[in-house]
Ligand binder design. Structure first.
Ligand SMILES: Cc1cc2nc3c(=O)[nH]c(=O)nc-3n(C[C@H](O)[C@H](O)[C@H](O)COP(=O)(O)O)c2cc1C
Length: 380
């Protein structure tokens, strides 16, 4: 790939495709696509806390491919948003050693130590689409800036279903096949295309969808362990259905499991129960962007960093406020404190609150943000 490679004292980080990361490392942590929320400032924040792959919010391929204004408002990236990580390579079996009479232990039979490799994180753009040419157009435009695209087959909202995108694709495997194929044919078979699905109440349909997506050339499968009609707030994730969907992939491509990961223990449990290395979190990361680094609540330093990033990257106030509100929730056990924070209506008010009530030192200025030209310069 021709993306920039980060360097520092201990040499360059390896740049791998998302599916290579999932195949080669035992633990891969992923930030879910989140409309409004998984924008640049948040992605850059979670990348500082052991989140190896990040995903943009869902964007409409149709709008993205035809409107420079849509591209400009929906997508921005920079050279710093991907993190650099020291990742645990998957253990290989110990080499078989033939013993003879003169054998003396030389240490070769010891369990091989886990090798850490320095790796650059990945950025994936998520699109909603129901037309292969539109998805291919959008993918072609965004390709130079990202490490892959993801096809949304999980958005349950009514408007999306009526448009024939998101969850509407769950029972249209032949359309998913066309979308994946058209994109691969246009942008190249080496450019990663992943597919994010929900499980179906009829698991034979899940099997059909998974097998069709793989046959079409999908490189990664993400499974959200809820059905189209199960809201996250009302239904716990179904790890058995999720594990079934992973089994349907038969190891042909790597899978990522998604649903109810709020702590590092949840992540480990999901990995174990679903037999995956990649685990994706949405609401858990909103509440605690440092969860994959093992923090039990948002460290205050992460809130300072988010404030710096939001200011330098120009995040709009309502979004900045909502993010900080999520991050502060566990720091503010009293309802009246949360209500007060939620009533703040200006950037200055939030900054004052963070300094005076939370003891943060919010210095102006700071590190460069590495903002690059957004996609306005690329129009069809
Ligand atoms: C605020 C918010 C926005 C979301 N936006 C998207 C989206 O753009 N694309 C998508 O595939 N899923 C989206 N989702 C669903 C999540 O990616 C994820 O599948 C779901 O929340 C379950 O994960 P969780 O239990 O970790 O929250 C969104 C979820 C939330 C909470």
């Amino acid at each position: 790939m021709s993306l920039p490679t980060p360097h520092d004292e201990d040499g360059p980080a390896e740049v791998l495709l998302p599916q290579e990361m999932l195949a080669q490392f035992s633990t891969v942590n992923v930030c879910a696509p989140m409309v409004r929320y998984s924008k640049l400032a948040f992605r850059q924040l979670v990348s500082q806390y052991e989140t190896h792959i990040t995903t943009t919010p869902m964007m409409l391929a149709k709008e993205f491919s035809r409107s420079a204004i849509a591209r400009d408002s929906d997508f921005s990236t920079n050279s710093l948003e991907r993190g650099t990580f020291y990742m645990d390579e998957i253990r290989r079996a110990a080499p078989v050693v033939e013993l003879d009479d003169s054998y003396e232990p030389r240490g070769i039979l010891e369990t091989p130590r886990r090798r850490k490799r320095k790796v650059r994180g990945s950025l994936i753009v998520q699109f909603a689409a129901n037309d292969g040419q539109q998805l291919a157009d959008a993918a072609e435009l965004v390709k130079p800036w990202v490490d892959g695209i993801d096809l949304n087959c999980g958005c349950p909202q009514k408007w999306a279903y009526q448009e024939g995108i998101g969850c509407a694709l769950l029972r249209k495997p032949e359309l998913v096949r066309d979308l994946v194929r058209s994109t691969k044919q246009r942008v190249g078979w080496d450019f990663p295309v992943s597919v994010k699905i929900r499980v179906d109440p009829d698991l034979t349909l899940t099997n059909e969808l998974v097998r069709t997506a793989i046959a079409a050339g999908a490189d990664v499968l993400t499974v959200h362990g809820r059905t189209r009609h199960q809201a996250s707030s009302a239904h716990p994730v179904n790890l058995d259905s999720l594990a079934f969907a992973v089994e349907c992939a038969k190891g042909d491509i790597p899978c990522m499991a998604n649903g109810d990961v709020f702590t590092l223990e949840d992540a480990e449990e999901t990995r174990r129960r679903c037999n995956v290395r990649g685990v994706m979190s949405a609401r858990g990361l909103l509440a605690n962007p440092a969860l994959f680094a093992g923090h039990s609540q948002t460290p205050l330093s992460a809130i300072s960093e988010f404030t710096r990033l939001s200011t330098s990257l120009g995040l709009i106030y309502p979004l900045f406020h909502r993010h900080v509100s999520y991050m502060l929730e566990s720091h503010l056990p009293r309802k009246r404190d949360r209500t007060y924070f939620n009533s703040l209506s200006s950037h200055a008010g939030v900054m004052d609150y963070l300094e005076e009530e939370m003891g943060l030192e919010l210095k102006s200025g700071g590190k460069a943000t590495g903002l690059e030209t957004p996609l306005t310069t690329l129009s069809l």
